[in-house]
Design a protein around this ligand. Structure first.
Ligand SMILES: Cc1cc2nc3c(=O)[nH]c(=O)nc-3n(C[C@H](O)[C@H](O)[C@H](O)COP(=O)(O)OP(=O)(O)OC[C@H]3O[C@@H](n4cnc5c(N)ncnc54)[C@H](O)[C@@H]3O)c2cc1C
Ligand code: FES
Length: 345
């Protein structure tokens, strides 16, 4: 026994079994439904419930705010129907629809960027071409380890795929990438995924906020904007703990020298000594640099990095007038975050 769920973008209703979610049923039936984490963390599957009842298992406030829920939005990956329903997923302002690919790649370059971040560059051997939009991510598999999400740091169309992988304490895949991966190894890459991609039609200011290895997608977005000739101001911030966590400073200094519309501001939250850089939490520094609402009204905000940094920055830019539709964030949730959420179910 199940329920009929009409998805306005589909030509026929979904038959959702008791206890199954709308998203899983849609994906199992071979339909395209926007999604990312599938665990209530990212907000990519946000949908409007037009009729019927669903029960939602726990999700993060970052993925769906209380105000959004009260206005009739749901997360399809957490929603189990309790009656026949009618829903529609939220359309993105600039739709990208790249074919999903399963690539076989070879490690061409490995560079230590900081004490805990390795840059992995891959050539595509089979399964390409790999089209994506700057800011998207892929599922990356090393050896027999389970796949993990990593964001592309290169620009679309570059010859090598580039990933920045931070060694997480107790992390299995990130430890492997940082300590065991070798040039010449085979790596599987599936994707692209994600909706926090560069919106090329937007002409207002851009605020690009990276925390740690969150620099990867932000680098891709900023470089893509510049290469497409974006004329608006691009305010880029790079939040890390201490000087030893900064990387690619020279690269961005060079870009700033060549592009008067780009600024690059490193921010250290726990400096161990004197520093020429701004200090404090990234969210506070950004809040100090932009006037209260409507200060950031009309700007696009791109954010990526640790969940706590992303969540606090989203809060502060919303206070400064950024609408939800202009805030494109990828919080780097780990398995631990997913399990924490499940535990509250
Ligand atoms: C959209 C997206 C994009 C991302 N992009 C990047 C990127 O560009 N660069 C980057 O460095 N990271 C990125 N990440 C994070 C990345 O996907 C991995 O989560 C991260 O590398 C850790 O993987 P791991 O296998 O090393 O750690 P895991 O083995 O998954 O462990 C992570 C933590 O979870 C705990 N844990 C593991 N399994 C369980 C369990 N079953 N129960 C309880 N606790 C558990 C571990 O003890 C550890 O503390 C991204 C994440 C997302 C969602
Ligand atoms: S796919 Fe539903 S919140 Fe991420």
């Amino acid at each position: 026994m199940g329920f009929a769920v009409t998805v306005r973008q589909f030509d026929a209703p979904l038959d959702v079994e008791m206890g199954d979610t709308i998203l899983q049923t849609a994906l199992n039936s071979g339909r395209q439904y926007p999604h990312g984490c599938q665990s209530g963390n990212c907000g990519a599957c946000k949908s409007r419930l037009y009729a019927g009842e669903v029960e939602m298992s726990p999700y993060s406030e970052f993925a769906l705010t209380d105000a959004e829920k009260d206005s009739g939005l749901i997360l399809a990956c957490r929603s189990v129907p309790w009656s026949d329903c009618e829903v529609a997923y939220l359309e993105q302002d600039e739709v990208v629809a790249h074919p999903l690919r399963q690539l076989i790649c070879t490690v061409r370059e490995l560079d230590r960027m900081t004490h805990d971040i390795v840059r992995v560059r891959l050539s595509i051997e089979a399964g390409g071409p790999f089209d994506f939009t700057a800011g998207q991510y892929a599922e990356v598999s090393f050896g027999d380890l389970p796949p993990r999400d990593y964001s592309m740091a290169n620009r679309p169309g570059d010859e090598l795929l580039e990933f920045h992988i931070r060694h997480i304490s107790d992390g299995s895949v990130s430890a492997y990438a940082n300590t065991k991966l070798k040039v010449g190894d085979t790596v599987k890459v599936g994707g692209p995924h994600g909706i926090s991609y560069y919106r090329a039609k937007h002409t207002g200011p851009i605020v690009a906020l990276a925390g740690g290895s969150g620099l990867a997608p932000i680098k891709s977005i900023v470089e893509e904007a510049l290469s497409q000739g974006a004329r608006q101001m691009i305010y880029m911030y790079f939040g890390v703990r201490d000087t030893r966590d900064l990387y690619l400073e020279d690269h961005f200094a060079d870009l700033v020298a060549r592009h008067p519309n780009l600024s690059f501001t490193p921010v250290l939250s726990e400096p161990s000594g004197e520093t020429p850089h701004r200090t404090g939490y990234l969210a506070d520094v950004v809040a100090a640099d932009f006037a209260p609402a409507p200060g950031l009204d009309g700007a696009k905000i791109y954010l990526a990095g640790p969940p706590i940094m992303v969540e606090t920055c989203v809060e502060r830019v919303r206070e400064r007038g950024t609408g939800d539709e202009d805030c494109h964030a990828d919080a780097f949730y780990t398995e631990a975050d997913k399990v924490k959420l499940e535990a509250t179910s």
